[in-house]
Ligand binder design. Structure first.
Ligand code: ADP
Ligand code: MG
Length: 674
């Protein structure tokens, strides 16, 4: 059996190499022809004219018309790159990378040279770069050091209709930049329905429409409400594959092979690239995607779309006082984008796994922009350091709810990044330098004084990379056993530290990773992230010093940044959040889970909501530390005080702080007016 498997694997690899070579050849030969076939090519000159005549335009076009890949090249071809780079922002990392790669191929250059990309912790650009794709977060950070974006001659804000938090902040900032810099071109691309609003926001700028080329899509709704959308999606897909009819589901044995490929933002990039490769002859491709494939990425030749009707959104949850990634119904706008994917190269069909009534009566028309639903701590920190004192006055297209803003300011105040008057502290200023969440930056900076920055630097880097461990099917027990060997019973953070130290001891070996069910690629990324954060620490003159084996210091340092996310033991494996009183649970993968050791107090990195509220990445702390490091919440005698009393105290403090900030802002306004 073993040999057979290897043989067939070899055969598959051989076939894959062959098809890759063929499509590579086809690509090289016809890449210019392919470019000319895109809808945008027909209006190339009109587009360039309108850009020449206006500083800002809004550009609308069907997905797949060539906006993302062509506009940058057109601007380059007509000389804009002689004055500066062309920047193109994407709300998603995958899109930035994949599109940059595509454009580098079209321009026949090496990725990272003339055409490059930058995402957090990964800068694939060089001196030579003239076209730069990046996440909107990167451009936002660049504006910190270069408020006028002098390196750019044109900025394309792509996928603006996605209304990511960073895009919305950039809107406000770029409006000002263009007013100051007459030589900067700003192009905002958007889906149809938002175009007017965007145009208004930038002062009634022209809307340019790229005529699309789409085919009709036959849309079918589910007749009944679907119970389990995963199950329904699989069934629907199999029915399409087998050519309809329930009864056929029984004889899956005789079915033709299907190439099933996932695409989501955390997927390693070599696997992501697979969705664009041609499937071997006679094999159909089925792509299982998050909303990344809704507009950001275009895969040609899609005929069927199965729409679950759901997406994952990061939403501020007032009950737990922070963001949680949760599954929500899509909006009508999302649903229509999804449907449109089936009609790109020919007529298609879209199967919606919800009823027509659901669609009409329950789905929102458009998405709620991220700025109105998530934590704004990072944005507040950034804007404050850009000198925007009065956030309530900042020109947001859709201002965030004042409560959200105040909550985020409160969080920053707790961490010591803002003072009582809402002004950035020295600590806050240092925090802005790191491309991390405020609590992580705070942890890193605190570790310097506490003398454990070597260790915390590693822990923060480990936390910035998804999934360190893997657990292959059929090898669950073996991989769990290996994982347990790393576990430090009082802390998941220390467990991470331990993994890194062991890896380093073994010469950063990939074989070691494989032997221990640790993702080699993820670990190499951790090492890169560590180096980048260390560079920032060096320029900030923050010492990197080790506490040796005194790991209690490390735990205390974690506590210094996460005391606002603390929980107290209630029953076996059961905790209650100290601030909200909400029950929360240890995750089964935690080092503290079932290890026989049940600490009274813990802090956690984040909450995830699945079947229960789980705390992820947990460290045991001393009750004393909580009182010492988070005096605004906890006092030593806390245990005898009722929770209600504490809540009232906390609310009072929050009120006082908010009041003080308001007064400060009023004062500031008066000074400005005078
Ligand atoms: P838009 O931004 O208008 O949605 P794009 O510029 O992203 O359109 O895509 C235009 C065309 O370029 C697509 O239809 C597809 O054929 C091709 N394309 C884009 N990205 C890739 C890629 N990574 N690999 C192969 N082809 C791609
Ligand atoms: Mg695009």
């Amino acid at each position: 059996e073993d040999i057979d498997y290897k043989k067939s694997q070899k055969f598959a690899d051989h076939m894959q190499a062959k098809t890759d070579a063929v499509s590579d050849f086809a690509l090289k030969r016809t890449v210019q022809q392919q470019r000319q076939f895109l809808p945008i090519f027909a209006i190339r000159q009109d587009l360039l004219n309108i850009i020449r005549e206006n500083n800002i335009i809004v550009c609308v076009g069907e997905t797949g018309s060539g906006k993302t890949t062509q506009m940058t090249q057109y601007l380059h071809e007509s000389g804009y790159t002689e004055r500066g780079m062309i920047g193109c922002t994407q709300p998603r990392r995958v899109a930035a990378m994949s599109v940059a790669k595509r454009v580098s191929e079209e321009m026949n250059c090496k990725l990272g040279e003339e055409v490059g990309y930058a995402i957090r912790f990964e800068d694939c650009t060089s001196e030579k770069t003239i076209i730069k794709y990046m996440t909107d977060g990167i451009l936002l950070r660049e504006s910190l050091t270069e408020p006028d974006l002098d390196h750019y001659s044109a900025v394309i804000m792509d996928e603006a209709h996605e209304r990511s938090l960073n895009t919305d902040v950039l809107f406000g900032l770029l409006r000002e930049v263009v007013a100051r810099r007459q030589d900067l071109k700003l192009i905002v691309t958007s889906a149809t329905m938002d175009a007017e609003k965007f145009s208004d926001f930038f002062g009634n700028v022209p809307i340019f429409i790229i005529p699309g080329r789409t085919f009709p899509v036959d849309t079918l709704f589910s007749k009944n409400v679907v119970e389990d959308y995963v199950d329904a999606a699989v069934k629907q897909t199999m029915q399409i594959h087998l050519g309809g009819g329930d009864e056929r589901l029984a004889d899956l044995d005789g079915a033709k092979p299907l190439s099933v490929l996932p695409i989501y933002s955390q997927l390693p990039s070599d696997l992501q690239a697979k969705i664009f490769q041609k499937a071997p002859d006679g094999i159909r491709k089925c792509i299982v995607a998050t909303n990344i494939a809704e507009t950001s990425l275009t895969v040609d030749g899609i005929i069927y779309v199965v729409d679950s009707g759901y997406c994952k959104l990061k939403v501020f949850n007032p009950r737990i006082g922070m963001d949680a990634l949760q599954v929500y119904p899509v909006s009508q706008a999302n649903a229509n984008q999804r449907m449109g994917r089936a009609g790109r190269t020919g007529p298609g069909q879209c199967f919606r796994l919800y009823t027509e009534r659901n669609y009409r009566e329950e789905l929102l028309k458009t998405n709620v922009p991220e700025i109105q639903r998530t934590n704004l701590a990072n944005v507040v920190l950034l804007l404050k350091s850009l000198g925007v004192q009065d956030l309530l006055q900042f020109h947001f297209m859709d201002p965030p709810p004042q409560d959200n803003l105040m909550n985020s300011m409160y969080q920053l105040w707790i961490l010591g990044a803002l003072d009582n008057t809402g002004v950035l502290t020295t600590l806050g200023r240092q925090m802005v330098e790191f491309p991390l969440d405020p609590a992580l930056s705070k942890m890193l900076i605190s570790s310097v004084e506490m003398g454990c920055s070597t260790e915390i630097l590693i822990i923060v880097s480990m936390l910035s990379v998804p999934s360190i461990f893997f657990r292959p099917k059929g090898k669950e027990e073996e991989s769990d056993a290996k994982r347990e060997k790393f576990q430090v019973p009082e802390s998941d953070h220390l467990t991470f530290l331990n993994v890194y130290i062991q890896w380093k001891k073994n010469g950063y070996s990939t074989n070691w990773c494989n032997d221990h069910y640790v993702h080699g690629k993820a670990m190499r990324k951790v090492r890169e992230v560590r180096q980048q954060l260390k560079d920032i620490m060096d320029t900030q003159k923050l010492d990197v010093r080790s506490c040796g084996t005194n790991w209690d210091t490390v735990r205390k340092c974690v506590c210094a940044a996460y005391f606002h996310q603390a929980a107290r033991l209630k029953g076996i494996g059961e905790y209650v959040n100290l601030r909200t009183g909400m029950p929360c649970h240890l995750h089964p993968t935690s080092a503290l889970f079932g290890c026989g050791f049940t600490p009274d107090y813990i802090v956690y990195h984040e909450l995830v909501m699945t079947t229960k509220e789980y705390m992820q990445c947990v460290t045991c702390v001393d009750g004393q530390w909580l009182a010492e490091l988070g005096p605004m919440f906890f006092s030593i005698k806390d245990s005898i005080k009722s929770r209600g009393e504490r809540r009232r105290k906390e609310d009072n403090e929050k009120l006082t702080m908010e009041e003080e900030m308001r007064i400060a802002e009023e004062k500031f306004k008066r000074i400005k007016e005078e």
